[in-house]
Design a protein around this ligand. Structure first.
Ligand code: PEP
Ligand code: MN
Length: 357
């Protein structure tokens, strides 16, 4: 990690980058609220840190032996206010360090009419960001794969409906990016690029999505430790993209009997991520439980544990939904959840021992 002085000039930063690149490494440049940090990416043994430390404008240069340093609180605490985590800004919506941000919408975009109606209803319920999948990761090849599965033309049409719905009700949009070939086309429409749980380990996808320069929502793989989730989010930061939103969405249940939920929601991941990094973390109670009757309680629990937001699947008629009907809440239920979460957020904030308060 190479930490620049507060008064380092652009020329000083460029000199450091040239030294890093001249040693055969790449340089990730992270501009914090106060300081700029240059993170060498690659085999750090090739870089003479003692020499870099003597360059003008350099405050500190040292090798850091952890899998996540660009996003780690320990090494990058100067990038955000002490104690606080980073705010990812999407227009005037701020994720992190404030009121919980609610992402809501159907599991999949099913038609223009459906996404338009959903946008109107989730906005009325108090949601801030609209979701809707174009490509659905499914266990069975015989089930609905999302409107995008028929090729680029259909994918782009469905995406344009999602965007029109977001624009009509003044909400940014988020959708899952799966195939690398669709990334550039999708980046033209979406405000937040979502990497699904199944693809958390796909480092090539992470890098290419990060290079679009848009905020990235990275979901935890259901078999991944917290350390793995953080290590893989470092691939995004290494592309000089620090607008990363992590998402806890449940891990594989243990034991032989019924677990009664689709996955096991790991609530402790929220304060742990806040202590380990400065990144915001949201929770998806829909995929974590797979059950409509548990979404209210798990949403409240997540906000009580300090989550920066929620991603909730909603449909005006869950029984008719082409995917994930059993976990969809109605817009009425969504409103109740959002109202409860706002109250819980304010209550939690009034206690000084809450993590990151
Ligand atoms: C989704 O949010 O649409 C989704 C498929 O979730 P996950 O990747 O967490 O399974
Ligand atoms: Mn779903």
């Amino acid at each position: 990690m190479i930490i620049m002085k507060t008064d380092a000039t652009e020329e000083d930063i460029q000199r450091v980058i040239a030294e890093v690149e001249g040693s055969g490494l790449r340089a990730a440049v992270i501009h914090g609220e106060y300081l700029t940090v240059v993170g060498p990416v690659g085999d750090e043994r090739l870089l003479d840190f003692d020499k870099v430390a003597t360059l003008p404008g350099v405050k500190e240069a040292a090798r850091v032996e952890t899998p996540y340093k660009l996003i780690g609180r320990e090494y990058a605490k100067f990038l955000a206010e002490p104690g606080a985590h980073k705010t990812v800004r999407i227009g005037d919506i701020h994720i992190g360090n404030g009121e919980p941000v609610i992402i809501a919408g159907p599991c999949a975009v099913e038609s223009r009419q459906q996404i338009m109606r959903m946008a109107e209803e989730v906005k009325k319920a108090g949601a801030h960001i609209l979701r809707g999948g174009i490509f659905k990761p499914r266990s069975s090849v015989h089930s609905f794969q999302g409107l995008g599965s028929n090729g680029v033309k259909d994918a782009e049409e469905a995406l344009s409906w999602l965007k029109q719905a977001g624009d009509a009700f003044d909400m940014p949009i988020v959708t899952e990016v799966r195939g690398e070939s669709m990334i550039e086309m999708m980046a033209k429409y979406v405000d937040i690029m979502h990497i699904g749980a199944r693809n958390m380990y796909d480092q090539d996808l992470l890098v290419q999505v990060a290079q679009q320069g848009k905020p990235v929502l990275l979901k935890r793989h259901f078999g991944a430790s917290i350390e793995e989730m953080l290590s893989f989010s470092e691939y995004i930061a290494a592309e000089s993209n620090k607008d990363i939103i992590l998402c806890e969405r449940g891990i594989v249940p243990v034991g032989k009997g019924k677990s009664y939920t689709r996955y096991t929601l790991d609530l402790a991941a929220i304060p742990v991520v806040h202590k380990e990094t400065y990144l915001p973390i949201i929770v998806d109670p829909s995929h974590a439980t797979g059950r409509r009757d548990l979404i209210f309680d798990m949403s409240c629990a997540s906000i009580s544990a300090g989550a920066d937001g929620l991603m909730i699947e909603s449909h005006y008629n869950p029984a008719e939904a082409l995917v994930d009907g059993p976990q969809m809440v109605t817009p009425d239920e969504l409103k109740d959840i959002i109202d409860a979460c706002k109250t819980l957020y304010r209550t939690r904030k009034s206690f000084s021992h809450a993590t990151d308060n």
